[in-house]
Ligand binder design. Structure first.
Ligand code: SAH
Ligand code: SF4
Length: 340
């Protein structure tokens, strides 16, 4: 049985139309699910008895099962069990501008980035849109809050699960639903170029983050397999297209790995690579994991890298290092839990 939280308004409209019903019933269902947060079709009184009975036959309303939660000052991490007993995780961050959730899009990941725990575990399957929506709902319910920002930066490569990710964005974005604005949604990708281009044509003002992590092909191919398929020049030109279509400033994520990509020369080369693009670099302290050899760069190296970018007029921020106590780097909680 399909889970109702994976249906877009358009899909529900189809559903009602196919049953010779009025399509505005779809909007009513959305209001019950996402505004009133009703968890039982029988409470959706304005739909009428017959529609309620059909919905009960055709859809489930099952939530995700929360297995464990780890809490730090302003970050919490949640491990969920899916219906087929796979695990995924989500991270909640409390910012001064609102509550932001980082959700998973796949069970594992096939991109095989050498520094990443999710890649080490390989892809088991894609999540469907309902499993993404239900991460948001479960965390809101658990904490009794409303989430204002969503980042698709947990386990998985969103653009390796393109259709379901689009449905997810469509659902959380719906004005009669959760109403999370496109500009409050960020998709992070390792750089699947054709999907970046397709996403640009999707014409939503969603933010794009690119996991760049290197200033040239030589280094990037050493740490990210995907660079062999879509080298940096192609990636940058796709980003340029994305900017032209959406007018959204693109973020480049850059994990600093000791002795790999963190020298002053690397910073200078990065500045030159990004020259003329409306973008900024987010420097990320590497979250060391027990299974992978890479080490984080030390503080002085990080600051020198930062200074070099500034000096060369590249916009840059250093990500606050939250979450290492709660295994907040992507895939770590799931990986550790499996071992326990
Ligand atoms: N697959 C997508 C989104 C999920 S990964 C992508 O790669 O963009 C989200 C981010 O976490 C990526 O920038 C990734 O490079 C980074 N990341 C992975 N492992 C990490 C670790 N151990 N420490 C810090 N960042 C990590
Ligand atoms: Fe997958 Fe992203 Fe991890 Fe690479 S960094 S293995 S793309 S989750």
């Amino acid at each position: 049985m399909k889970n109702i939280y994976g249906e877009t308004i358009a899909e529900l409209e189809e559903y009602f139309l196919s049953r010779k019903e009025k399509k505005f019933k779809a909007t009513q269902v959305f209001e019950w699910l996402y505004k009133k947060r009703v968890k039982d079709f029988s409470l959706m009184t304005n739909l009428g008895k017959e529609n309620i009975a059909h919905l009960q036959e055709d859809f489930s309303l099952n939530p995700l099962k929360l297995l464990t939660k780890k809490k730090d000052v302003d970050v919490s991490k949640y491990l969920f069990e899916l219906e087929d007993k796979n695990y995924i995780e989500a991270v909640l961050m409390n910012h001064d501008y609102g509550n932001s959730i980082c959700i998973s899009t796949q069970v594992g990941c096939n991109m095989g980035c050498h520094f990443c725990e999710s890649g080490r575990l390989k892809k088991v399957r894609n999540l469907d849109a309902s499993e993404m929506v239900r991460q948001v709902l479960a965390v809101e319910e658990e904490e009794n809050i409303r989430i204002s920002h969503i980042v698709l930066m947990g386990i998985g490569e969103p653009f390796d699960n393109f259709e379901e990710v689009l449905s997810f964005i469509n659902i959380v974005n719906a004005p009669k639903g959760m109403e999370i604005g496109s500009r409050h949604i960020t998709v992070s990708t390792s750089g699947i170029v054709p999907k970046i281009l397709a996403f640009a044509d999707y014409d939503k003002q969603v933010n794009l983050a690119i996991s760049l992590h290197a200033p040239n092909n030589e280094i990037r191919s050493q740490i990210m397999e995907i660079n062999k398929a879509y080298p940096i020049e192609q990636l940058i030109s796709a980003v340029r297209y994305y900017y032209e279509k959406t007018n959204r400033r693109v973020t480049f994520e850059y994990i600093l790995l000791k002795g790999v990509n963190d020298s002053r020369e690397n910073a200078l080369e990065l500045s030159q690579l990004l020259k003329g693009l409306n973008c900024y670099v987010n420097l990320i302290p590497y979250n060391e994991t027990t299974h992978i050899e890479y080490q984080k760069s030390d503080k002085e190296t990080v600051l020198a890298f930062y200074d070099e970018l500034k000096k060369n007029h590249t916009a840059v921020t250093i990500r606050r290092e939250f979450g290492s106590k709660v295994n907040a780097a992507c895939g770590q909680l799931r990986s550790n839990y499996k071992e326990e």
